[in-house]
Design a protein around this ligand. Structure first.
Ligand SMILES: NC(=O)c1ccc[n+]([C@@H]2O[C@H](COP(=O)([O-])OP(=O)(O)OC[C@H]3O[C@@H](n4cnc5c(N)ncnc54)[C@H](O)[C@@H]3O)[C@@H](O)[C@H]2O)c1
Length: 449
């Protein structure tokens, strides 16, 4: 099939490359000329495991191309997927990019006689596709639904393992407003053999939000328990959670062996969730609920725990070490999680800003996210010493914070850290390996008041 994907970020590009790898003829559209130019030379502008190789393969096979010209891309296609960003604007979803694309597609439809299925892949709040978007396309095209098709296919990929997630999804949800658009989606994903769910568009939209919100609930709940354990003293929350995780409902025994569900990785204490999805999706659902007159007490609590969790790192350091002014601190990990260069809403942004506010001299390292981090910190980036050799930087630092769980930082166990303070905010290394260091973390205070 011929498919046009509008917006080539993490979702649009990964979808485009994977669909092309499965034999479709894909045209990706982006407004950024540099992105388009790079993609046509098989150079991706984002980092994802396996993306480089797959992009090279589909570009050289002729099944993938990129363009700035939406009209050109729509002229010869079987359907369009919208994958532009839906950022958060003061906690409310900003639909302007999606609406702009809807308008442009509508204007194209005005002069075209062809039926075009339009499927939203961006995360949009429930009721967007079948009302706001539909109206926008109808107004711009002068046509009504039926002359074009409309659907919503939420994306569940996780950054870092996005290619693998897209190729081997847990499920695919087809939201649709007309049968032809359902058929388009079914044909597009015919070679995917996972469970598939066909529902109306607003059900598809809400499926994505409920999925992310429930994961965020678990993270904040565990972090609250971790803070409680630390306040009480004499407890390491990780030992508590070992006992909790062994509940067979969380950790079943299959054929005599424990199965470790990935869900348990969301039940580990840390410095809070970040990224381009959880914070903004929970906020968007919370504010939509508030508009509907609902208290949204649970999501308010999830956000409120997360709001302060990153700065818990700075607060614990201050409590344990006293005045932080003039201390030298190395922050290991700037991406919001390992295996990605994405720093959007990363806990490291808040930790570094909090340290700078306290007068700490900050060095920072990340294997791939440094440039994005510099851009996000703006003028404050000038105050940070970004280093390439983190092991050398360890020698200079008094305090070392592991803020992202990059596996390479586990090598800290082999470094000479005697006399230094190690704050393992992600529970990456084992306290026993740091005999001569002052070990700190979230959810652990062994001493009693
Ligand atoms: N990143 C994720 O892990 C993830 C996972 C699931 C769902 N989502 C959702 O998918 C959507 C896209 O997320 P993302 O992270 O890929 O976004 P992104 O910000 O990485 O990429 C969006 C791209 O769209 C382009 N764009 C903006 N306006 C355009 C226009 N009018 N025409 C063509 N291109 C345009 C931008 O230049 C950019 O390259 C969002 O709604 C997000 O919530 C993201």
């Amino acid at each position: 099939m011929r498919v046009t994907i509008i917006g080539t970020g993490y979702v649009g590009l990964v979808s485009g490359v994977c669909l092309a790898a499965r034999g479709h003829q894909v045209t990706c559209v982006d407004t950024e000329t540099s992105i388009v130019k790079g993609l046509n030379q098989a150079i991706p502008h984002i980092y994802e495991q396996g993306l480089d190789d797959l992009l090279r393969e589909v570009v050289s096979s002729g099944r993938f191309k990129a363009t700035n010209d939406l009209t050109f891309a729509l002229a010869d296609t079987d359907g369009a997927l919208i994958a532009v960003g839906t950022p958060s604007e003061h906690g409310v979803i900003d639909l302007s990019y999606v609406l702009q694309v809807a308008r442009e597609i509508g204007l194209f439809l005005k002069t075209s006689e062809r039926f075009l299925p339009i499927v939203v892949k961006s995360t949009v709040i429930p009721g967007t596709t079948d009302t706001v978007l539909r109206r926008e396309i109808e107004t711009a095209s002068g046509k009504t639904l039926g002359a074009f098709g409309l659907g919503m296919n939420p994306e569940f990929l996780r950054e870092g393992v996005a290619v693998d997630n897209f190729m081997n999804p847990d499920r695919i949800v087809f939201g649709y407003e007309d049968e032809k658009t359902l058929a388009f989606q079914q044909a597009l994903y015919a070679s995917w053999l996972c469970d598939k769910v066909a529902v109306n568009s607003r059900t598809a939209e809400l499926t994505k939000y409920v999925s992310n919100s429930l994961l965020a609930v678990q993270i904040s709940a565990v972090n609250e328990m971790a803070n409680f354990a630390a306040a009480l003293g004499g407890i390491d929350i990780l030992e508590v959670l070992k006992g909790v995780h062994l509940d067979k409902r969380l950790n079943p025994i299959v054929n005599g062996k424990r199965v470790e569900p990935e869900l348990l990785t969301y039940l580990i204490p840390g410095c809070g969730f970040g990224g381009s999805c959880f914070p903004k999706d929970v906020q968007a659902l919370q504010s939509q609920g508030a508009q509907l007159g609902l208290p949204m007490a649970m999501l308010n609590a999830v956000l409120s725990v997360n709001e302060t969790q990153a700065l818990e790192v700075v607060a614990i350091l201050e409590r344990e070490l006293g005045n932080l002014d003039g201390r030298k601190c190395l922050v290991l990990g700037l991406a919001f999680k390992p295996d990605t260069d994405d720093v959007r809403e990363s806990a490291s942004l808040r930790i570094v800003a909090g340290l700078l506010d306290k007068g700490v001299g900050v060095s920072a390292h990340d294997p791939i996210a440094t440039e994005n981090f510099k851009r996000s910190m703006g003028t404050k980036a000038g105050a940070i010493n970004f280093c390439k050799d983190w092991k050398a930087a360890v020698r200079e630092a008094e305090i070392i914070i592991i803020a992202t769980k990059w596996p390479e930082y586990a090598a800290l166990e082999q470094c000479d850290v005697s006399g230094k303070t190690i704050f393992d905010a992600r529970r990456l290394i084992s306290v026993e390996k740091l005999a001569n260091a002052h070990y700190l973390t979230i959810g652990r205070r062994i001493t009693l008041d």
